[in-house]
Design a protein around this ligand. Structure first.
Ligand code: FES
Length: 241
């Protein structure tokens, strides 16, 4: 009889222990599931973001040296999609007013209109910093300012270009980063800059051109940028590093 009572007690205790384990496991599982939830993987439209430095201060166009090969890089429209901010000059270092132009995509024959440069001299532009051939980035993809750096390809010397050392693609940043030399068959996507002439501050608000290399769309597949700013980081001069 006593053995029967003890057995009943044991079974009750087992039941209670099992219930606590299940409840605990359920709680832990909930935490794990939450922590494994995929991050936000995109946005619905191009945001407008102010360009700022590492201290959060606005980047002013007057602070951008013309024809500087140092990579001024910022993310847009998502966290893992880098771009270059350039102030373009001629071989004498005089800022060049960059006009909107028709750019063609050799791969498809499609065309589109690039954006004009901004700033007091209309010389500031921004492009995707991911090569459209196979996705190389800085320092392989770099700016060769006119009269400062040059590259000779097939007996022809190019200066004032963006060039990728991985396989030799060259882009013309005065013409919407149209293709000068392959193997790329796509221009670099261009970022729309908006300049506030009263403050000299810069904003980014859109893109034009082919889809960013490696993306199904410009707005999906990566984590969004939080807040209303995106930081410009000087990655240094690739020719002297
Ligand atoms: S990845 Fe740039 S040329 Fe191939």
């Amino acid at each position: 009889m006593n053995e029967g009572i003890d057995e009943t007690k044991r079974n009750f205790l087992k039941l209670m222990v099992t219930a606590s384990v299940v409840a605990g496991a359920g709680l832990s599982l909930g935490v794990v599931v939450k922590s494994l939830s995929p991050p936000q993987a995109g946005i619905n439209s191009f945001p407008t973001l102010k360009l700022v430095d590492s201290s959060g201060n606005p980047v002013l166009t007057s602070s951008l040296p013309t024809n500087d090969p140092s990579a001024m890089q910022f993310s847009y429209p998502l966290q893992s999609t880098p771009n270059f901010l350039l102030s373009i000059g001629d071989s004498n270092g005089t800022p060049v007013n960059i006009g909107a132009t028709q750019v063609s995509i050799p791969a498809t024959g499609a065309t589109y209109q690039s954006y004009s440069g901004v700033g007091k001299n209309g010389s500031v532009v921004a492009y995707s910093a991911i090569c459209q051939h196979l996705g190389c980035i800085f320092p392989e993809l770099r700016f060769y300012p006119a009269g400062v750096e040059s590259i000779t390809l097939g007996g022809k010397t190019y200066t004032g270009v963006l060039h990728c050392l991985c396989h030799g693609s060259t882009y013309d940043p005065e013409k919407g980063c149209s293709v000068l030399t392959g193997p790329t068959t796509h221009p670099l996507p261009m970022i729309k800059l908006v300049w506030d002439s009263s403050t000299d501050e810069l904003y980014v608000s859109n893109m034009v051109g082919p889809t960013i290399y490696g993306r199904a769309s410009d707005l999906t597949g990566e984590t969004p940028i939080s807040g209303t700013t995106t930081e410009v980081t000087n990655l240094g001069n690739p020719f002297t590093a």
